[in-house]
Design a protein around this ligand. Sequence first.
Ligand SMILES: Cc1cc2nc3c(=O)[nH]c(=O)nc-3n(C[C@H](O)[C@H](O)[C@H](O)COP(=O)(O)OP(=O)(O)OC[C@H]3O[C@@H](n4cnc5c(N)ncnc54)[C@H](O)[C@@H]3O)c2cc1C
Length: 312
Amino acid sequence: MTKILVIAEHLGGQLNASTARAVSAAVAVKPDAIDVIVLADAPEAIAAEAAKIDGVSRVLTVARAENAHALAAVLAPQIAKAAAGYTHVFAPSTTFGKDLAPRVAALLGVSQVSDVMTVEGPHSFKRPIYAGNAIVTVEVDDSTTVVATIRTASWPAAGSTGSAPVEALSLDVTLPNHTRFVGLQQGKSDRPDLQGASKVVSGGRGVGSKENFEIIYTFADKIGAAVGASRAAVDAGYVPNEMQVGQTGKIIAPELYIAIGISGAIQHLTGIKDAGTIVAINKDGEAPIFEIADIGLVGDLFKILPELESSL
Ligand SMILES: Cc1cc2nc3c(=O)[nH]c(=O)nc-3n(C[C@H](O)[C@H](O)[C@H](O)COP(=O)(O)OP(=O)(O)OC[C@H]3O[C@@H](n4cnc5c(N)ncnc54)[C@H](O)[C@@H]3O)c2cc1C
């Protein structure tokens, strides 16, 4: 019997869309049951959202004061305990899941499968390597629990017409006290979230400075897009690093991606592999970004952007 436990990601009392994407990957395994586990201090509202995800059999809640903040060291032993009886444990391949899943795998004494982009069978998965330049098929021994992170950009969010039952779970686990929550420093923005936005405008080194990046923000606001950046723009201090798109930044799959003053290095492209329409604006007609762009505009961004904006 195949049973999958999906770890819910949430913040500020709200379920993150990455959870519904991880459920889509779970559905692809064609299991007998998919349970979502919500660990929080007050999990009720989050669990109610998770219960609506199509394909979910049950939502399990673990209410503990220690779960008020997503500390991997604290959550992992509880998930390892809850995993008894499950054949698979899935977490989204976000910062949250990448922090947590290796600890769960270690506690269960298994190897982790990272960044699942395709399910070939209950124990066979495809994942990208070398910044997405090669795809490898990974087979897991069917006698061990599969602990996997799900590459969220590769999976659509499961629908939200479900009504799974919610059950409280009581776990007898001693939690570690070597790691404790001190504070959360979070970038505040009224713009759409980079990882979930349907439209993203990104700027690169070609934008030239932090001050010049205003032109990217203004354009993004005009079309209601989230703002991203290349690593070169982050390293140069034009923007904070949570805006980085790519192999060592965020992996995103917007319907529209506009790359401005970005050359198209493979490490950047791996972050937008699953984007819908890609538009590139670059003054160098030979820039590699044009090889993958659906629409390319060759020219100076400081001339093209105001023109585009005024015609919108
Ligand atoms: C292990 C590793 C991980 C990495 N991870 C990432 C990652 O996650 N994300 C990422 O982005 N990179 C990553 N990189 C870095 C990557 O290799 C590139 O260095 C980086 O993406 C380049 O950023 P860029 O395109 O902004 O800059 P550049 O390559 O310098 O390109 C700037 C572009 O702007 C154009 N330009 C300049 N002025 C104008 C103008 N006025 N109008 C129009 N166009 C203009 C230029 O023609 C050029 O094509 C990683 C590298 C390594 C080794």
